[in-house]
Ligand binder design. Structure first.
Ligand SMILES: O=C(O)CCC(=O)c1ccccc1C(=O)O
Ligand SMILES: [Mg+2]
Length: 373
């Protein structure tokens, strides 16, 4: 693929409104945008690591370090013919999945652009549009959750996900059901906030016809989740516990979940995401694409992967205006119809990087070339 140059742009983008989950509260995103140049084309992807190690262990700084010290030098010293080769190349390096995914994703975009096909098509996706939902944080009051639910339902979002934690769980769910009815496609995400001795609390949630409960127990657990799933009618969806297709296989075989949330960053890239997708399809486990408050670049990657057939549940990839005053891609990610995003047909991710907007949020830029490695 002839990689001639790799750029890291470190950005700081403020959110429209702060977001709180059981692991903390955030006002904006510091992240690394990766651009890979070759044969007159350029591929982009972003790191989805947060600033602190509270969702998973990676941080913006560990990602920057791993890219600079290991992953970029390795890639620039190697011959790569297909993006799948990058995934194999990175395999000896343990974990650091978000760092790997950021670089591998940029190579996927470059590859699709060099071939003149969309990233979705390069991955084997065939959907032309996808259904999407929205993830609502823990708000100071239940009323504020209700206001958000109302607004997002008006915009037609196909799934409402609310963050819960012990003490802020039954109240918001019950209030949403009371006000908006049982037809609203509703789910809860606990981000590992519960322990097995709080099972009774989780069982209460069984009365609200939730589509699923996401990652109720420990971030590294699949054993207790299997026990819990036996006690619940509501499907458990795993997020934090799944870092690879092997993790997914073990969780499915144990009965730890009935649904899997695929985040490209958490599983180390698009190649591994597709592997998990294929495995789940074979085992009849529906998947959906999670979100990490991506800019338009990461959002475009999420849209592309969601075009694969077993992404049968609406994901967390909402429109740009749910997160940003202005996004760094053009056009911005907009709903084509209520709750529906179009899968772009143009080459690669199908959105242009707007460098003028990137420059507004730019803190630092680093450039790497093969002869310097
Ligand atoms: O809107 C989004 O991008 C999804 C937000 C979200 O739920 C989330 C955001 C950051 C870290 C973890 C999670 C999660 O899915 O658990
Ligand atoms: Mg989650």
């Amino acid at each position: 693929m002839n990689i001639e140059r790799i750029e890291l742009q470190h950005l700081q983008m403020p959110y429209l409104t702060p977001f709180e989950a059981s692991f903390g509260r955030m006002d904006g995103r510091r992240f690394v945008l990766v651009s890979v140049y070759g044969e007159g084309a350029v591929g982009h992807a972003e790191s989805v690591a947060m600033e602190g190690p509270y969702y998973i262990e990676e941080t913006n700084e560990t990602v920057s370090y791993m890219l600079r010290a290991y992953l970029i030098p390795l890639l620039l010293r190697s011959q790569v013919n297909r993006p799948e080769d990058v995934s194999a190349l990175f395999e000896p390096i343990r974990r650091h999945n978000m760092a790997k995914a950021a670089l591998e994703g940029a190579v996927w975009d470059l590859y699709a652009k060099q071939k003149g096909v969309s990233l979705a098509a390069a991955l084997g996706g065939r959907k032309e549009e996808i259904e999407v939902g929205v993830s609502i944080g823990i708000e100071p009051t239940v009323d504020e959750v209700l206001e958000k639910v109302e607004r997002f339902l008006e915009e037609g979002y196909k799934k409402i996900k609310v963050k819960i934690k012990p003490g802020f769980d039954l109240q918001p769910i019950e209030a949403i059901r009371k006000r908006f009815g049982d037809e609203v496609p509703l789910m809860a995400d606990a981000n590992s906030a519960y322990r097995m001795d709080q099972m009774d609390r989780l069982k209460e949630l069984d009365h609200f016809q939730l589509m699923m409960i996401e990652q109720p127990l420990a971030h590294d657990d699949i054993v207790d989740h299997a026990q819990l799933q036996k006690q619940l009618r509501t499907p458990i969806c795993l997020d934090e516990s799944i870092h690879s297709a092997e993790d997914a296989r073990k969780a499915i075989e144990l009965g730890s979940c009935r649904i899997i949330n695929i985040k490209i960053g958490r599983v180390g890239g698009l190649t591994e995401s597709r592997k998990i997708h294929d495995l789940c399809e074979e085992r009849q486990i529906p998947v959906w694409c999670g979100g990490m408050f991506e800019s338009g670049v990461g959002r475009a990657h999420n849209i592309a992967v969601t075009s694969l057939p077993n992404f049968t549940l609406p994901g967390d990839t909402s429109a740009s205006n749910r997160y940003w005053q202005e996004d760094i891609v053009s056009p911005e990610v907009k709903l084509a119809r209520p709750g529906i995003l179009q899968v772009p047909a143009g080459p690669g991710i199908g959105y242009e990087l707007d460098q003028r907007r990137v420059d507004k949020f730019l803190i630092k830029k680093e450039i790497f070339r093969p002869n310097e490695m």
